[in-house]
Ligand binder design. Sequence first.
Ligand code: HEC
Length: 506
Amino acid sequence: MVPLTEISSFLAATGPDLPRAAGRLHPLVVHFPIALALVAVAAEWWRGVRRIEGMSPLTMPLLWIAAVSAIAATSTGWLNAAHEHDGSTDPTLDRHRWIGTATTVALLGMAWWGRSLCAALVHPTAEAFARLGAFRWMAAVLAVAVGVTGHLGGELVYGKGYVAKALFPPAAKPTEPPTEAPAAEPAALTPSELHFIERVQPLLEAHCIECHGSRRQRGGLRMDSREALFEGEEYEWAVIPGKSADSEVFKRVILGRDDPDAMPPEGPGLSQEEIEALRTWIDEGAVWPEGAAAAGAAAPTGGAAPAESAGSASGSGSSEGVPADVRAKAESAARTLAARGVLVQPLALESAYLDVNASRAAPPLGAADAPLLADLAPLVVNLNLSQTALGDDGLAAIGAMPLLERLRLDGTAIGDGGLAALGTLPKLESVNLVGTAVTPASVAWLRAQPALRRVYVWRTGLDTPEAIAALREGGSIDPIGGDLPLAQPTTPPMPEDAPAGDAAAQ
Ligand code: HEC
């Protein structure tokens, strides 16, 4: 199956993502083999029980169509897994795909066997009838396999044990999810608990509980209590304490607004402050104080958080809402970097958000310095890595930069891999790639950046009429520098390079 995923990822890099689209047909296609095989089995058993002679005229046509549609269901399933669950270690996925594949092979076998059986039953002998009996038992086994495959598929979509849970709703059981010692009295909340109650819980209630609460559990996810969120095995949790980057909840809220997997699925999405609050909460261990269940109750702090959600990071000069530890880490990284000649400035007086210019560092920053940049990453709005020695690995190590608006990579060895590792930068407006190793393979990444307007492409693999046309296609990106004469200085001027006037006031 490796070749299949390889072929599909090759196609994914070169054109419209047909394999992914085909994979997404899987939920539609699977219903054909399930229904048809089960009807065929039922028809055969009906005859068996009623002692009607011979094979049902329905059986063979149904089996053949079931077998052919099962091939379609299996191949779309493999494609879907490669695209939507790539790298998943979920054992349910593995069981689902292999039992499903085996069932498809068995269906084909049954159809083949049924064909020769039909021929034998034209002039039936006792032996042919015995074979028909065996055929019916095999068909019953097949029906069970089809059912198991379907059920495992259901668990992938709705969560483990979704049928049992509906039949026997679990009593709220006291489990051991991550929390510090339960607060004896309400006054004794730790800062992490306070952060959760004041900032995280209100945003969950405002944006998520409607679909992931007591009434509905879309995608099998429920987030209105600690017990519900940390249910089952750790690899199934949508929040991995301490690891926002690995947490499905965080990954979904930072996706671009037009990504079909983005959460919440509609509306403007979370504000930067809310995203930061969520990230801090997860990275600090996803502490959920005992008894702080949501259940649609009014926000505990009088709804302070939703009111704050207006205004973008760079717009709001204040640093309210940036957790103290994030600031402290950034400040210490800034001091170390300053000694290397990296300019780290606040965007405005009293702002926690940063303008970082590493282009004049001596010696140039390299991959080893990426962890320092990673400490700044949550707060960086402008990042100038021009002329640094950072390669793709170094860029990847910086991690998510949810607030980044302007990025300069010109004069570096960065290529397609480095850009791809940045994932979605929800606020990125401009990126300078002049003189980098980026190729047209990056067009897809560039076009996937929801806020991107300007791309400086001069002296890159993107500086071809085809690549420029591809970048222009959506109408939102303006590729700059594509038609500059070769005698031009290395870097076309960028208006945003002018130092922020208010920053100088510091
Ligand atoms: C209008 C309904 C709706 C709202 C509001 C909503 N979701 Fe979802 N969510 C869904 C649906 C439907 C799915 C299942 C489809 C999918 O996986 O994309 C889902 C799936 C998910 C999953 C994947 C679950 C899994 O393990 O496969 C996560 C994580 C998630 N949502 C997080 C959130 C968060 C966080 C919020 C609030 C910021 C949110 N959702 C708000 C409808 C919603």
